[in-house]
Design a protein around this ligand. Structure first.
Ligand code: HEC
Ligand code: HEC
Ligand code: HEC
Length: 425
């Protein structure tokens, strides 16, 4: 009995040791010798920080860029992005290039604290040491801003940072992007940006119960937790399915926020405004080529049309009349719209998603594509939330989902009602 207990204890100790080892391990890579002048290094770093959209989280609404404070809601509670300006007390002014690399690559703060993956270091770990060093040089060149950090407001047990060791042992592997020798340089550049700084998977890949992205379904589409937006599958035939887009349309969408295939809104409009529109054409093209090459899942490619019961027929007829009255001027009787400014609804997969939250939000709350250099004064969609009842909005969304060859399940008044009161972001 005693021996069994001892064996059990040894086993437990070994398991704890393994979790500790896996959960806190680091990869060290020495600083790259700078290949460029200081100014050139800073300029490069600024570009890379754009590609990583660091500003989106590390800036409070209306606050100084990078001084931190934005609240990031997660299913586990709220976490505030810290100050990453070079203030010595409240920011990262005392951080060496090694410390900065450690945060980006290994997900650890300067003092060794394990960082929450609300900071997308599972993506940024793909970034090369040279690129991390350039970003460090850039952040050190910014004006220092004194702004205290706010502690995370997470529920028990998620507020126990040490438990992140377990999460990391299970779901985090540090590692710089490795070039695929059977692909060309352009493809590899695209993969590096999409998987690393672009952190597209942070929104477009479904997460498990513990908030880890599921590699098996990479870019396979996901509800963004707490924000009530659906980031469509970039690989699924039945959703955005970029495999069937022209490279030019993918580049247009990232560069200007609008394209012949559709326009972006909500969180994606922010990604385009703050990050993607600033990337040069070669990088955007590389990303488009990589995205297009991903294996497309044909899973439920053919969405079933709803059964034509008398009830459904009546609702679709009501939807047609509402469309004629409120929508036809911009989206046209044929549903062809006038791209890129007024998106086509006919053949538009973004409105046929099984999860209909985005088209419901568009109709209730309206929206604008981002204002970008390539499209400085975007045309907007007016909100119809005050004009249409839940039932009427459900009818018109069901109608556009099932006209001009479109096919998708009907939308109910309850589904519309759920998104009437969502926080607008
Ligand atoms: C999706 C939101 C998000 C984005 C995008 C993001 N961060 Fe963060 N970052 C966070 C959060 C949240 C934390 C705090 C994590 C914690 O407290 O455990 C953090 C922490 C950090 C830290 C550690 C600071 C400290 O005091 O320990 C550094 C450094 C950092 N981020 C740099 C960057 C850089 C550089 C980029 C762009 C390449 C970036 N972040 C993009 C959310 C983000
Ligand atoms: C902050 C979360 C977030 C990040 C990061 C993000 N996306 Fe999105 N994306 C969304 C949401 C939400 C939508 C749906 C709303 C819309 O269509 O504009 C979307 C839509 C899209 C669409 C349009 C799909 C369609 O059906 O028309 C494309 C293409 C896209 N994203 C590509 C990307 C790429 C490439 C990246 C990485 C460089 C990326 N996204 C990063 C949230 C995000
Ligand atoms: C004044 C012109 C105008 C009117 C009227 C209008 N729309 Fe729009 N619609 C737009 C614009 C512009 C966009 C792109 C908005 C964006 O990207 O945020 C859009 C986007 C949409 C989208 C999202 C498409 C996508 O690719 O994600 C849907 C769905 C939609 N409209 C449906 C409707 C319906 C239904 C009506 C009538 C109830 C309507 N619209 C009336 C201009 C209009």
């Amino acid at each position: 009995m005693k021996r069994l207990l001892a064996a059990l204890l040894i086993l437990l100790g070994a398991a704890a040791g393994l979790v500790y080892y896996l959960g806190t391990r680091e990869e060290h890579v020495p600083a790259a010798p700078p290949t460029a002048s200081g100014a050139e290094q800073v300029r490069r770093g600024a570009y890379l920080a754009r590609a990583g959209d660091c500003v989106a989280c590390h800036t409070a609404r209306g606050g100084v860029p990078y001084a931190g404070g934005r609240a990031i809601p997660t299913p586990f509670g709220t976490i505030h992005a810290p100050n990453i300006t070079p203030d010595k007390e409240t920011g990262i002014g005392n951080w060496s290039a090694d410390d900065f690399w450690r945060a980006l690559h290994n997900g650890k703060s300067k003092d060794g604290r394990l960082l929450y993956p609300a900071f997308p270091y599972p993506n940024y770990t793909r970034v090369t040491r040279a690129d991390a060093d350039a970003m460090h040089a850039y952040f050190m060149s910014l004006p220092a801003v004194r702004q205290e950090n706010k502690a995370p407001e997470l529920r028990f047990p998620y507020n126990q940072r040490a438990l992140l060791a377990v999460w990391r042992a299970l779901y985090f592997r540090p590692g710089v992007y490795r070039e695929q020798p059977n692909q060309n340089g352009e493809w590899n550049r695209g993969a590096y940006l999409v998987q690393g700084l672009g952190h597209c998977s942070a929104c477009h890949t479904p997460r498990n119960l513990f908030g880890a992205t599921q590699d098996r379904a990479d870019l396979g589409g996901a509800m963004i937790p707490m924000r009530n937006w659906y980031a469509a599958s970039l690989t699924g035939e039945s959703e955005a399915g970029l495999g069937r887009w022209e490279v030019r349309d993918i580049v247009d969408l990232m560069k200007t926020g609008v394209s012949a295939r559709g326009a972006v809104s909500g969180p994606m409009a922010e990604v385009v405004r703050e990050s993607l529109q600033h990337l040069d054409h070669g990088d955007l093209r590389a990303m488009a080529i990589y995205l297009k090459s991903l294996p497309q899942s044909a899973r439920d490619a053919e969405q079933a049309a709803p059964p034509m019961t008398p009830e459904n027929e009546r609702i679709l007829k009501q939807g047609a009349a509402l469309y004629e009255k409120h929508c036809v001027d911009c989206h046209k009787p044929s549903g062809a719209g006038a791209p890129p400014h007024f998106p086509a609804l006919a053949g538009n997969r973004a409105i046929m998603l099984a999860a209909p939250v985005n088209p419901i939000r568009a109709v209730l709350h309206g929206g604008y594509p981002p204002s970008t250099q390539g499209n400085p004064r975007p045309f907007g969609m007016p909100p119809f939330g005050n004009i249409l009842s839940d039932q009427e909005a459900a009818a018109v969304v069901s109608f556009i989902r099932n006209s001009w060859g479109n096919r998708a399940p009907m939308v109910s008044s309850e589904q519309v009602n759920r998104y009437r009161t969502v926080q607008l972001e």
